[in-house]
Design a protein around this ligand. Structure first.
Ligand code: HT7
Ligand code: ZN
Length: 856
């Protein structure tokens, strides 16, 4: 495997004016004819003419009308071409039906579809498949089959013909995209699709046709996605001044897809799970996620498409910024505190383990073998946190000024992180040299804070920051860490509003004077930096902040820390769950001035895998079985302590009338269902069974079924659920996952194995594979159950999937990334499975890079 380095970047050497592609679609033998106008980049003259290409059957290649000889080299071809402008014409044949990797042009349910990011275009034709080569594309699609009445590509539709008069005459459609783009944004879709259509008038009065294309029968699942799209278009105009730039915007839903969705210019392609929604089949969580993903892909039109990345090392330039923008959108559409807490929960669950384990890498990596392995929580979510910190440091007005300058200066460019930071430096006059370390230094900084009070009325906070070594980075330098702090007096009134302290040194103190009584600091409000905060705080102080903090994030965090510490003591010392936490929780839950969604989050507790990480950090070897027991004990303690309150929470938060996925009713359902989960621990599932019978939407149905499975009384409902939904793939994914998630640890492997024999376990479909194998690895106590059967089962399936779909296999290998946390027998068992996978003949580059990094 070849390693590619950021420092080795070299421009391509030629400029492309335009690209004309003709596709003659055929399930097993599609012809692709490319006509490309190249001209030398006269600044760069020292390199051979190289075009990428993989799995292409070469038919012909001509330069200025004359056949040309190609030299086949690793990953593509070289040719001797004139050192002057020339016309390239080539024809290749590809086999969409055989393409199970879902990169390039492939078939899903007899529909043609493409996925080109990051390096899939090279599986379509010979081309400089790199993001810094931008060109205008015109695409002609021909198909003789009657099951491709709809044929779409990027940009605006110019021509469409369905000739039914002459037998065998092809359907033809032509699309032109006026905006230069890199090949990774190319898309083509053809199939028997129906549209849910709408229109949007942009801020300058341009009329845009919008369509969501789906398989016949799914039309009723498009309305929510369409509303989300229009809200996103309006929000980007209002908040960032960004207007849409084509006459049409198409979204297509596809069942077989490696990730969530793809922002191809004017033709977004979505995993059907991330766009199709209806109250009967989708939970509130699904609706919220769909809204965020539609926004995310739409926002890429400016942050990613109009301004793209110079090379794949700059991936966070588009992904970090676009995640940040979609998080802002969700905060505006729904509750900002709830959105922030949810983002931090996701960061701690996915990014922290990555950054503290063998896969740790900088937000902007400096080398890779397979770029697909770097679409990570670090690039996306930590990348977004870095932008949030930048905004906190420069302030809202300067952030807007910098963004305006970014769009003005770099529209049409393939840009770098240096360009991005330069814009902020120019807009604000601020030196961001030290801040840039957030892009190059991996690992989660630990910030330790101590307090000193002097009787002259001064509180001094002393901060120390340090980051543990990570792969390839032994020494760490201090980073710029914005720490938002507020102060409360002993009565619980705020005496200092939130202020941003800028940590730049390894150790630094800040004093706050003029206080008549010792104030209580609320530190890292809003989780203003992606760090681990170590604060020596007793339960009484945490309970005080849980009761009084005016910052909703830190109020929630105080409760979280109480429950975390209670769980840790239960795991380590077998201690009973302490009453400070339960009393504080009760008071918050009783306060019905608080948003139900926020109160539902208060009822949550750290996951078992998070606890394993915390134990490891604290120098203990996590025992999955003890963690499981303590987590269950915590739920029992809550059920008992809140017994009087739970029925009220349940009944007061019932929502009647037509289902609405809006934040307010969804929040009520979340609180009622969190209460139901605790009630079910005491009533054997009676109330949950009632809810199951009455449910007219998936949120209520699934929540009730989960409670019943936990109570061990859901067999009949589980069968009824399967019967009711057997024809709906997305709902059946839930049915598969649910049984594993709610199995007892000792039954997890057997349940998983049984499900892999189910006739609907279509393991080549990434959603179904993830529904089963993703649930297996997420069940902490089941996955790490003694004996190591789960490790072996997952490894068996990864070995089987790898030749079919390396990208999904490699992502799923991350299940093993935390292996060094556990005891010696578990480490040995995991290590044996990693070795077994690594030893497979023909193992993909994707999986082999992941396994060798995880092994360390
Ligand atoms: N930019 C896209 C990332 C992506 C992807 C999507 C679907 C299938 C394979 C993919 N490889 C990379 C999605 C996004 O971040 O918006
Ligand atoms: Zn993205």
């Amino acid at each position: 495997p070849t390693t590619i380095y950021l420092q080795d970047y070299k421009p391509f050497g030629w400029i492309i004016d335009d690209v004309h592609l003709t596709f003659r679609l055929h399930p097993t033998a599609t012809r692709v004819i490319s006509r490309i106008r190249f001209r030398p980049d006269y600044d760069v003259t020292d390199r051979p003419f190289f075009l990428h290409g993989e799995d292409l059957k070469h038919i012909s290649a001509k330069v200025d009308g004359h056949d040309i000889e190609l030299r086949h080299v690793d990953g593509g071809i070289e040719a001797d071409v004139p050192h002057a402008p020339f016309n390239w014409e080539a024809e290749v044949e590809i086999n969409p039906e055989a393409n199970t990797a879902l990169e390039g042009l492939y078939r899903s349910n007899s529909m043609y579809c493409t996925q080109c990011e990051a390096e899939g275009f090279r599986k379509i034709t010979w081309y400089p498949d790199r993001p810094d080569v931008m060109a205008q594309f015109t695409v002609r699609i021909e198909s003789t089959a009657e099951h491709t009445p709809v044929m779409l590509s990027n940009g605006n539709g110019l021509f469409y013909q369905q000739d039914q008069t002459q037998p065998g005459a092809p359907n033809v459609s032509i699309y032109q995209d006026p905006w230069p783009k890199p090949a990774y944004l190319f898309a083509l879709v053809a199939g028997d699709l129906v549209a849910h259509e709408d229109r949007f008038a942009t801020m300058s009065g341009k009329d845009v046709s919008l369509a969501i294309w789906v398989r016949p029968g799914d039309e009723h699942k498009c309305a929510f996605g369409m509303e989300a799209l229009k809200k996103s278009m309006k929000w980007d105009e209002d908040v960032y001044g960004r207007e849409y730039d084509l006459d049409e915007f198409n979204i297509v839903a596809v069942d077989d897809f490696n990730m969530g969705a793809m922002e191809n210019k004017g033709l977004n392609i979505f995993n059907s799970s991330c766009v199709l929604a209806s109250p009967e089949t989708s939970t509130d969580g699904n609706f919220e996620r769909i809204e965020a993903i539609i926004a995310h892909e739409y926002f890429h039109n400016w942050t990613g498409n109009r301004i793209t990345c110079r090379d794949w090392f700059q991936l966070c330039l588009k992904e970090g910024l676009t995640v940040y923008r979609d998080q802002q959108f969700t905060a505006d559409m729904r509750s900002a505190p709830v959105a922030r807490i949810s983002n931090v929960l996701a960061l701690r669950a996915r990014q922290f383990p990555e950054d503290q384990g063998p896969l740790s890498h900088p937000v902007r990596p400096e080398s890779f073998q397979e770029i697909n392995n770097f679409y990570t929580a670090t690039v996306y979510e930590k990348g977004a946190e870095v932008i949030g910190m930048l905004k906190t440091l420069v302030g809202d007005a300067n952030y807007s000024k910098a963004l305006d300058l970014y769009f003005e200066r770099h529209d049409g460019d393939a840009a770098t992180i240096e360009d991005w930071l330069q814009v902020f430096e120019d807009a604000t006059g601020r030196d961001l040299g030290q801040f840039k370390r957030w892009y190059s230094q991996s690992g989660t900084p630990k910030v330790t804070v101590s307090e000193a009070w002097s009787e002259d009325g001064t509180l001094t906070l002393t901060f120390r920051q340090e980051t543990a070594p990570t792969p390839g980075q032994e020494q760490k330098e201090p980073q710029v860490i914005p720490v938002n702090v507020g102060l409360l007096n002993p009565n619980g009134d705020e005496v200092m509003e939130t202020r941003t302290l800028e940590l730049t040194e390894a150790e630094q103190s800040f004093s706050f004077s003029g206080h008549s009584a010792r104030p209580v600091p609320s530190i890292l409000r809003g989780f203003s930096a992606p760090v681990i905060l170590e604060q020596n705080m007793d339960n009484a102080r945490r309970a005080f902040l849980l009761a009084h903090d005016t910052d909703p994030f830190n109020r929630w965090e105080a409760g979280r820390m109480l429950s975390r510490d209670a769980l840790m003591s239960a795991i380590i010392d077998g201690a009973a769950i302490n009453s400070d936490y339960l009393d504080g929780l009760k008071a918050v839950l009783r306060d019905d001035t608080l948003d139900p969604a926020y109160r539902a989050l208060m009822l949550g507790q750290p996951t078992q895998s998070e606890l394993a990480g915390l134990l490891h950090q604290a120098g203990h070897t996590p025992d999955p079985s003890r963690i499981h027991t303590a987590s269950e004990a915590m739920r029992d303690a809550k059920a008992t302590a809140l017994a009087d309150l739970l029925p009220t929470l349940y009944h007061d938060n019932q929502v009647s009338g037509t289902f609405s996925p809006e934040a307010e009713p969804a929040g009520k359902r979340a609180l009622a269902n969190a209460a139901l989960a605790l009630i079910s621990r005491g009533d054997g599932g009676t109330l949950a069974a009632e809810q199951y019978d009455q449910a007219d939407n998936m949120t209520q149905q699934l929540a009730a079924l989960s409670c019943l499975l936990d109570a061990g009384t859901g067999a009949q409902q589980l069968a009824a659920f399967e019967n009711q939904w057997s024809q709906d793939r997305l709902v059946m994914d839930k049915w598969f996952s649910l049984q594993i998630i709610h199995a007892n640890p000792e039954d997890v492997v057997e349940t998983t194995r049984r499900l892999t024999h189910h006739m609907d376990f279509d393991w080549k479909n990434p959603n179904r594979f993830r529904a089963v194998m993703g649930a297996l690895q997420m069940h902490h106590a089941g996955f790490h159950h003694e004996g190591g059967d789960a490790y072996e089962l997952l490894a068996d399936w990864l070995i089987r999937l790898d030749p079919v779909n390396p990208q999904t296999t490699a992502r799923m290998c991350t299940a093993f990334q935390t292996w060094r946390r556990y005891d010696a027998p578990r480490q040995e068992m995991i290590s044996a499975q990693l070795d077994r996978i690594a030893a497979q003949e023909g193992l993909s580059g994707d999986a082999s890079e992941m396994i060798s990094r995880i092994r360390g």
